[in-house]
Design a protein around this ligand. Structure first.
Ligand SMILES: [Zn+2]
Length: 395
């Protein structure tokens, strides 16, 4: 306990609030709309280089904004803890950073450039205190996170290329609860067509199928599928589902249309492979196609895998113990309301991922803000968790 108190005190003193704010403002001053994050990734690389870290810049399939990677090694073998963040922001008018009282405002303040700098500050504190007795830290930052401009493909590539730790912390703006389960998600669009030109309904050839009738039958079958999926349910994450958001056909009341299209989402629970979801959907469409004599094409756009976090994993136990140490209470568990990079770490590499960042708001709006006090708390928590997990210290 004495050792823990000393450690917490040492790391607390090593987190430099002014340096954190100054770096965050510098990083936030460089716009980084998804897909166009090159200048911001260069800025982050420059910040880390000036700090004395050796920075790697793997392109990971996105040469205009190579990722930013730093490895900080204690020199003794052990677990690798990854701090991972996206540096891109949604495509909204750029708002420059401002500091006012306990808040930093501006594009990316909440989602999630300031959180990423809290992770950088944790890395600096670990270096300055030499508190990491074994193992290492892997810091990764990347572009192409925010949909619909990106689909996480740069991170997927980093994971596939082995640029991963044994566990990962993600400073998205979610400080409560600790998400332990979440659904995977995809969007789909199915287009039903018939041969032949659009004609007045009284002229329509008798052998032409009705695309509207085929669309109605597709709605019925998707509804049946949804009822079957509803039996796959998790008390926190909810049910697997297929959802129809829109259906369109026809131009005017008495023209026989050529096309009917429907669009919606598909969600699934951990344990279901993403490929099986698409295969099942396409099989349903091809069955209908044959029966109705229409052609159906489908866009099936995968967003992220489902998410699961094992609460008994040593990483989660270390994180919870450190959270309790800093905040004097345990962090309750809950569902993950959105999909994020943690889903990719779990789906592609079964790496435990904790999404935990500063108290913040206004994400995906022009009114983003983040609490500076909470950025400091997150930096302390990340540094302490690293010592507990990598150094296998009992907190
Ligand atoms: Zn985000």
């Amino acid at each position: 306990m004495k050792r823990t108190n000393e450690l917490v005190g040492k790391l607390r003193r090593a987190i430099n609030r002014e340096r954190l704010v100054e770096t965050a403002v510098r990083f936030l001053s460089v716009p980084s709309p998804t897909g166009d994050g090159g200048k911001a990734s260069d800025c982050l690389a420059q910040i880390l280089t000036e700090d004395g870290f050796r920075v790697e810049r793997p392109e990971a399939g996105h040469p205009s904004a190579p990722a930013v990677v730093v490895r900080f090694d204690s020199g003794k073998a052990g677990q690798v803890l990854q701090f991972n963040g996206h540096l891109d922001t949604v495509h909204l008018p750029f708002v420059p950073p401002q500091v006012s009282g306990d808040r930093i405002t501006g594009s990316g303040a909440s989602d999630m450039k300031a959180g990423l700098i809290a992770a950088v500050e944790a890395l600096r504190a670990l270096r300055d205190t030499q508190a990491l007795s074994s193992g290492s830290i892997l810091l990764t930052a990347h572009d192409l996170h925010e949909a619909p401009w990106g689909f996480g493909q740069q991170l997927d590539r980093l994971i596939q290329d082995g640029c991963v730790g044994n566990a990962v912390l993600i400073p998205e703006p979610l400080c409560h609860p600790l998400p332990v389960v979440g659904r995977g998600a995809a969007t789909w669009k199915a287009t039903i067509r018939r041969d032949g030109a659009p004609v007045h309904e009284v002229m329509r050839p008798g052998d032409q199928p009705s695309v509207i009738a085929a669309g109605a039958e597709l709605v019925r079958r998707l509804d049946q599928l949804n009822s079957r999926l509803a039996t796959q349910s998790d008390p926190m994450a909810g049910s697997a589902s297929v959802f129809i958001g829109q259906i369109h056909s026809g131009e005017i009341y008495n023209q026989y249309p050529q096309e009917c299209w429907l669009e919606g989402t598909r969600r699934w629970l951990p344990g279901t492979a993403r490929q099986s979801v698409e295969t099942e959907f396409r099989a349903l469409l091809s069955g209908l196609e044959k029966e109705k004599g229409v052609t159906i094409t489908a866009d099936f756009r995968f967003i992220r895998d489902a998410f699961f976090l094992d609460q008994q994993h040593p990483f989660v136990r270390a994180f919870q113990a450190c959270y309790q140490e800093i905040s004097d209470k345990p962090l309750p568990i809950g569902p993950k309301p959105f999909v994020d990079d943690g889903n990719s770490f779990w789906g592609l590499a079964q790496i435990p991922a904790i999404t935990h960042g500063p108290r913040a708001g206004g994400q995906h709006t022009v009114n983003e803000w983040v609490s500076i006090d909470d950025l400091v708390r997150v930096a302390q928590l990340y540094a302490l968790t690293a010592v507990a997990f990598c150094g296998e210290e009992i907190i």
